[in-house]
Design a protein around this ligand. Sequence first.
Ligand SMILES: [Zn+2]
Length: 392
Amino acid sequence: MNINQHSYPNLAFVDIETTGSHFDRDRITEIGIKTLSSDGIQVWEQLINPQAYIPLNIQKLTGISPQMLEDQPSFELIARELQQQLEGKIFVAHNARFDYGFIKASFKRVGIDFKPKVLCTVKLSRLLFPDQPRHNLDTIINAHRLKVSARHRALGDADLLLQFWRVCESKFGNEKLNEVINQIVGNPSLPPNIDKELIDSIPDSPGCYIFYGDNKTPLYIGKSISLRSRVMGHFQGALTQRKEMKLSLQIRDIDWIQTSGELGALILESRLIKERMPSMNIKLRRSKDLCGWSLVKEDSGALTPALVTHHQLAPGLQDNLYGLFYSKREAYNYLKAIAKKYRLCEALLGLEKRVEGKSCFGFQVKQCAGACLNLTPVDLHNLQLKTALELF
Ligand SMILES: [Zn+2]
């Protein structure tokens, strides 16, 4: 295929080496770029002094030692030149959000706003070779018999991406590739292994969502009153937050269950997490934040929930303990949700200050059935509260 006849925009095939995987804490040690334009192929590579420690396992993987970087420029010194290299080109990388995230963060530290169009070659491979079970670089190398020059060095890996692109060109032609570029570019925040159609099919209504990793193992379970927006929120967060990025790279499939409202979503989320024990939820939740509600009888005869924290969780308390919740916030959210659903009084529940003889705020907006004004008998309010807490 004649490169002078290609009809798509200029492409910069980029790979970087780093001191680790945190793009806020770690630094770039090498950048390699192969640019494909109407002028042919241009090559740019640069070692960078990260001014930071390089872990031994990474030194072994890349072969880049601190001695090699001692006399190399810092990122700040090469930033302008790099910017010129990438300007006006589509940024092509494997698991692009990693390379893109690092370069974007590095530019930001020196006051440069970097917003290229991004093309991820994992997504490209998934779209064009859907039958291939995996799309990591080693699989692609084997599947298409690419020539490896320097694996795990920036320019060597960037060259593999260019070779892969050539394979795609010869198998599918420019027109198809152009279509695929348009499909992928413009959605840089979607995880590499998830289709836009799948996201689009998630309803924006209350419910729980489940992120799956390899072999349908549950990674993360969450709930929201608007499922699609919440799921998209994770992926947008992946461009700036490390935990979200890690999650996003591992996601292979997404499932969801709609519920009739917020309360249903809360209960379902708790049940699903206990049943399926998704690895990321377990990591994010600490048992020291465990708490529950126990009911205390006031002089008025009204039962009021009191928060019982991890330290106070004593054996024998269980028959008057409702929960458990993984955080105070979750416990309060649940209480607020049942108040809303069963028209309980937030003043009686201790969620707002009670003024004798006066209604709560909820009564004024027709959310409280009026237990604060004795319009609902205290015993009935107590029973409704107990029933609602027992749902959890
Ligand atoms: Zn009230």
